[in-house]
Every structure is written in structure tokens, then in C-alpha cells.
Design a protein around this ligand. Structure first.
Ligand SMILES: Cc1cc2nc3c(=O)[nH]c(=O)nc-3n(C[C@H](O)[C@H](O)[C@H](O)COP(=O)(O)O)c2cc1C
Length: 413
């Protein structure tokens, strides 16, 4: 099986099962679960079932391509890797493994503020198209220094996450006693001992090299002082963040600026007015506000509001190529995947991350062929069937948006 590149995983759910058996339960639940009653978590998946395909046939799709152009650059697939703070706990230096897999696949990788590997090391050791995700801290000057570092390290885009005004209520973390740095309790020691591959392959490797995993992007004044708080309850969140802060970031950051974590069309308009180059419609994978609508439900309205001005990216719940194709047909410019590639890296490091991306590539390709679509530009709402009337349809077709996008680029260029 050593040269079996499938790793025995035929879809993302297989990779999830492999991750479940490898990593301690406390860590797995931190990655896998949502908040409170997990209404958003479930709905993020259920919403895909409410949209069906209306395929076209007898079209020569032999030369099909899933390539897109995002921020003026061609990329081979319409997905990008979302920021996930714990990638480095799924695998030793999991961020580097993910970034390398992304580079090989020709897609961007987003490094989270709260990663276990520093942004400079990821840039040096992986390279590729790198985006840096920023959580603004109460100390704005400290955040701005982080932005400066991302610029110096050559990151292409700054992804400002705006859906975490306060810490989310993740009750299972409290029950599991899962903290960074680890505080040893009887429950989590047993949990870790029952997962020796993770204990020796991840935790011990850190301990024998760089020590207990830390937030490596944090400035040294606080990096060593991060006190043990249940994961996700970091005191670093900033509940006074507002549009003025975004305008300041726009002035500081010359590269691509992406605002991640909105659902309301008015917020998308504000973001574009502040100079954002794209928005990500997201409910953080059902991990923050429980009961928030699925990003797929919010997407058409946001596309109608700003789709002619800036790309609209979407995430939360994407596990199948067909999910990605549905979002593209609803007007998304690209899709971010979070857990799907995290499961991959937890299941098998770099080859596992590569496998997750490959699964998406093959599934997207197959769905496009069976739909009769030769390119992403040909995906539109006319290829979808809305099983119930509550789903809002986009007012503009993809072709109309694209036309305007091109004329905008031409006007600017
Ligand atoms: C374990 C985990 C950690 C995450 N950490 C961050 C983070 O540090 N910053 C951020 O903007 N989003 C973070 N997210 C949210 C993702 O960027 C993304 O919005 C979400 O995972 C998309 O849903 P999906 O996992 O169903 O694909 C995290 C998600 C997970 C699962």
C-alpha cells in the first residue's frame, strides 16, 4: 500500500474517519464540532441537499477545465485552503505540509494568526501562493506589526476575519479539558495515551525540537505567556473592531485585502467601500454563532450586492466537489475549504493533504463533465434546480458578472 496515493481514502469522509482514529478525541472534537446545539454546523451540510443539478447533455466536454482566475492570477482549481489555527496540531508542522500540498496543486494556502509554525518559516519552507489570516488584537499596534511581518515575508493577501467579536461557546472543549498549552488532566492524559501515533508523531516531536506547541506568530512578549485557557477562549479577541479598523488595514496593506466572515449583503457593501478586494461569505464552519444562516444561503444576495465590484468567496461545510460546483453556479468566485484539508493532514501529513485536494479535483472534474460544463464560466444558476422556494436565486447570471468584471479590470488596467 506504500505507493497507493489514495491512502485508502475515497472521499473526504474517509479522511475524517482516519483523522478520528489518529488524533486525541479532545483535539478531534475541537476541529470537527460546532458551537452550542450545532444547528449551523448541520445546516451548512444540509443546505447542499436543497439544491439539485439540472444537467445539460451531448456537449463535448473533453477539453474541460476547472481553472479560475482570482486576483489576476490563474489557479488550477477553484478552491483555496482556509485558515485553521490548529493545523500544526494535526501533524507535526502541519501548516508546512498543507502549504506544500497547496503549492503543488496550484492553489492558495491561508496561514492562521494562531498557527503553530511562524509565517516566516512557512514562506521559506513551502512558498507558493500564501495568504495570511489576521485576527485583530485589542492592542492594534501589535496587530499592525503582524501585518508588517506578513508583508515582509511576501504574503500575497491579508485575510481579515471579522466574525469573532467574542469567544464562541464550545462546550465540548470545556468537557474535554483541551487547552493550549496543554494542562494535564486525567481525562486528556488518558485521551493522549490512547493515541500513541499522535503522541509520538506530533506532540513528542515538538517537545524534542521546539518544545510545547505555541502560537508562533505571536510577538515574543506574549508568546511565552499564553496562559492555559480552554481552546477557542483566547483573550486575544477584540470586540471593539469596526469598519474604521478595516480602513486602517487597507492603508497599511498594499496587497490583496480579503474580509472573511460575513453574511449580510450590507456588510459586503461596506467591505467593498472600505477597499476590500474580496469578501468571504462564511459562518466559520458553524464554529462561532450557532443559528447563523448557511453561507450558501447568504451567497446569492451577497453576489447580487457586490459581485460586480469584487470576487465573492464562500466557505463552510464544503466536503464534495459537487458542493463546490453548486457554489460556483450560484456566483461564487472560489471556495475555501477548512476541515476537509485538515482531516487530510491529520490522516497522513503532506500526502494526506494532497489526497484531500485531489479528491476535490477529481470530484469537481466529474461533476462538471456530467453537467455539460466545459469551464467554470459556464456554471450558472440555469444548471441548478431549487427543490424548495425558500432558496434565493441570484439575480445576475455568472456571464453578466464576468462581463462586468472584465470591463472593470480593463478600465483599471
Ligand atoms: C479547527 C479550525 C480552526 C480554525 N481556525 C480559524 C482561524 O484561526 N481563523 C479563521 O479565520 N478561521 C478559522 N477557522 C474557520 C475556517 O477558516 C473556515 O471558515 C471553516 O473551517 C470553513 O468550514 P469547513 O471547515 O466546514 O470547511 C477554523 C476552522 C477550524 C475547523
Amino acid at each position: 500500500m506504500a505507493d497507493d496515493k489514495s491512502l485508502g481514502a475515497y472521499n473526504i469522509f474517509d479522511l475524517r474517519d482516519m483523522a478520528l482514529s489518529r488524533v486525541p478525541k479532545g483535539l478531534f472534537e475541537f476541529v470537527d464540532r460546532g458551537t452550542e446545539d450545532e444547528i449551523s454546523l448541520r445546516n451548512n451540510r444540509a443546505v447542499f441537499d436543497r439544491i439539485k443539478f439540472k444537467p445539460r447533455t451531448l456537449i463535448d466536454v473533453s477539453g474541460r477545465s476547472q481553472e479560475i482566475t482570482l486576483f489576476g492570477q490563474k489557479q488550477k482549481m477553484p478552491i483555496c485552503i482556509a485558515p485553521t489555527g490548529t493545523a500544526g496540531l494535526m501533524w507535526h508542522e502541519g501548516e508546512i505540509a498543507l502549504a506544500r500540498a497547496a503549492k503543488e496543486a496550484g492553489i492558495p494556502f491561508t496561514l492562521a494568526t494562531g498557527s503553530m509554525t511562524s509565517m516566516e518559516r512557512v514562506a521559506e519552507e513551502a512558498g507558493g501562493r500564501l495568504w495570511f489570516q489576521l485576527y485583530m488584537w485589542p492592542d492594534k499596534a501589535m496587530s499592525h506589526k503582524l501585518v508588517e511581518r506578513a508583508r515582509a515575508a511576501g504574503y500575497e493577501a491579508l485575510v481579515v476575519t471579522v466574525d469573532g467579536a467574542v469567544s464562541p461557546n464550545r462546550e465540548y472543549n470545556l468537557r474535554n479539558g483541551f487547552t493550549i498549552p496543554f494542562t494535564f488532566t486525567r481525562t486528556n492524559i488518558t485521551d493522549v495515551l490512547m493515541h500513541p501515533r499522535w503522541l509520538f508523531g506530533v506532540l513528542a516531536r515538538y517537545m524534542f525540537t521546539t518544545g510545547m506547541p505555541r502560537y508562533e506568530n505571536y510577538p515574543s512578549e506574549i508568546k511565552y505567556k499564553v496562559t492555559a485557557k480552554p481552546m477557542g477562549r483566547s483573550q486575544m479577541k477584540n470586540d471593539s473592531l469596526n469598519w474604521e479598523d478595516l480602513k486602517v488595514l487597507r492603508r497599511l496593506w498594499p496587497g490583496t485585502l480579503i474580509v472573511k466572515g460575513l453574511a449580510h449583503p450590507q456588510d459586503a457593501i461596506f467591505a467593498a467601500d472600505c477597499g476590500a478586494d474580496a469578501v468571504v461569505v462564511s459562518n466559520h464552519g458553524g464554529r462561532n454563532l450557532d443559528g447563523s444562516m448557511a453561507p450558501l444561503e447568504a451567497l446569492p444576495e451577497v453576489v447580487d450586492a457586490v459581485g460586480k465590484r469584487i470576487p465573492v468567496i464562500v466557505d463552510s461545510g464544503f466536503r464534495r466537489g459537487s458542493d463546490v460546483v453548486k457554489a460556483l453556479a450560484l456566483g461564487a468566485s472560489a471556495v475555501l475549504v477548512g476541515r476537509a484539508t485538515l482531516y487530510g493532514v491529520a490522516a497522513g501529513g503532506h500526502p494526506g493533504a494532497t489526497r484531500a485536494i485531489q479528491i476535490f479535483r477529481e470530484e469537481i472534474d466529474r461533476v462538471m463533465a456530467l453537467l455539460g460544463a466545459r469551464s467554470v464560466a459556464e456554471l450558472g444558476p440555469e444548471l441548478l434546480h431549487f427543490a424548495d422556494n425558500s432558496f434565493r436565486r441570484p439575480a445576475q447570471s455568472r456571464a453578466e458578472l464576468k462581463l462586468l468584471d472584465t470591463s472593470r479590470a480593463a478600465a483599471e488596467g
